[in-house]
Ligand binder design. Structure first.
Ligand code: FES
Length: 390
């Protein structure tokens, strides 16, 4: 078994003087959670899935955002659309199966009002007797949807800021990985008994810390001997999008050795580098030289979060008869589960009367080389509190 030999560290992001962890109620209060639904999840662009999930006309999936439920589908022209899952007659939820396929229309289970895949009302029994009623006045209510890098983004706001404007700092940043061309080879859905912010805050800090610690201990006899990795850097350190990277090509395989060909667009230093981006408030993006991981984060309540993790590989790699992604799946699944456990313990501790906001450290919290400062956590908190008006 080959193991990691030289652990790398992110360059520390700045910690503002006096920056401290958030108060307990931000992690436990149902009132705060309601405010988050209003201030964050009802007017930000949210990543809800991938275009390949609805590859064919009529394919759909449902997504919950607070009290809202959306139907994400592909229409007869091949366009992806999002509709509120609400009948225009008496408000009945039109569809309850989490994913599936509509054959040409969407029909309400109550009185059979029938809608096209473009959301137009096509048939409404008995309504011709209602004076002035015309079906064209009763389309499904649409929700803004944008496709970028093969990812589907929705925004519940009636007049959202243009996606291209909001995401201007990122629009071409991920082009080398060709994310839209990658295909999912595996998905795991996790239910985490912790507040969604703990998952975001800790992602950039030491996401690989636990699993890498194990590998480090096992490899201690060889430490410093082999791969010549270099320190990484934080490259987006404030605002809604935070990012870091590590120069270590061995990251991302449970064996400590890269198992798959480099993605076609990857050149130069990116062949040895792994990038980690958090895109407030629902997506964590991990860019390896040879595959990509997405974590979609869906808050279910103040203390409960659903996380969907997907492994994306290039189709040419997948077509190799010897293709086996288990090294990447095992690495990230182990990393995920170890981190969820830590976040759940943190959630439990934050709920105690003994918890108080305490200062973040500008220095790595242990001498182990995979750890870094807490600057990105402070940056997340700053953006979060700004959006919350706190
Ligand atoms: S509520 Fe949908 S048809 Fe009546």
């Amino acid at each position: 078994l080959h193991l990691l030999t030289v652990m790398t560290a992110f360059q520390k992001a700045t910690v503002q003087r006096r920056a401290s962890t958030l108060a307990e109620h931000y992690y436990t209060s149902t009132d705060i959670f309601r405010q988050e639904i209003q201030r964050i999840f009802s007017n930000h662009w949210l990543c809800v899935g991938r275009s390949e999930q609805i590859a064919d006309t009529g394919d759909y999936f449902l997504i919950d955002i607070g009290a809202e439920n959306l139907i994400i589908l592909r229409d007869t022209a091949g366009i992806t659309r999002a509709f509120f899952n609400v009948c225009r007659h008496r408000g009945t939820r039109l569809c309850t199966k989490a994913q599936g396929h509509f054959v040409e229309t969407i029909q309400c289970p109550y009185h059979a009002w029938t809608y096209s895949l473009e959301g137009q009302l096509q048939a409404a029994r008995q309504m011709q007797q209602v004076k002035g009623f015309t079906t064209k006045d009763y389309p499904l209510y649409a929700c803004a949807l944008h496709e970028w890098e093969g990812l589907l983004w929705v925004n519940l706001a009636p007049n959202p800021a243009p996606f291209a404007q909001t995401f201007a700092p990122l629009l071409s940043r991920f082009a080398p990985w060709g994310i839209a061309n990658l295909r999912q080879v595996h998905q795991i859905e996790y239910s985490v008994h912790a507040n969604w912010k703990l998952i975001f805050q800790n992602y950039s800090e030491s996401y690989h810390g636990t699993v890498r610690s194990q590998l480090t201990r096992l490899a201690s006899a060889q430490n410093g001997a082999r791969n010549g990795a270099q320190s990484g850097r934080s490259n987006l350190v404030e605002g809604a999008f935070l990012g870091s990277h590590q120069d270590d090509r061995s990251i991302g395989s449970i064996t400590g050795e890269p198992q798959h060909p480099t993605l076609p667009g990857i050149r130069g230093e990116n062949r040895y580098r792994v990038y980690y981006y958090s895109l407030f408030p629902t997506l964590l993006l991990s860019l390896h030289p040879n595959y990509v991981i997405t974590h979609q984060v869906f808050p279910q309540g103040a203390e409960q979060t659903r996380v969907v993790c997907e492994w994306l590989f290039d189709p040419s790699t997948q077509s190799d008869p010897n293709f086996d992604p288990s090294d990447a799946i095992d690495f990230w699944d182990l990393t995920n589960r170890q981190n969820w456990r830590l976040y759940e313990l943190t959630q439990q501790g934050i709920g105690s009367r003994a918890y108080n906001p305490e200062p973040y450290t500008p220095e790595p919290y242990t001498p182990e080389p995979h750890t870094q400062s807490e600057g990105l956590l402070a940056a997340f908190d700053q953006e979060y509190l700004r959006v919350m008006g706190a």
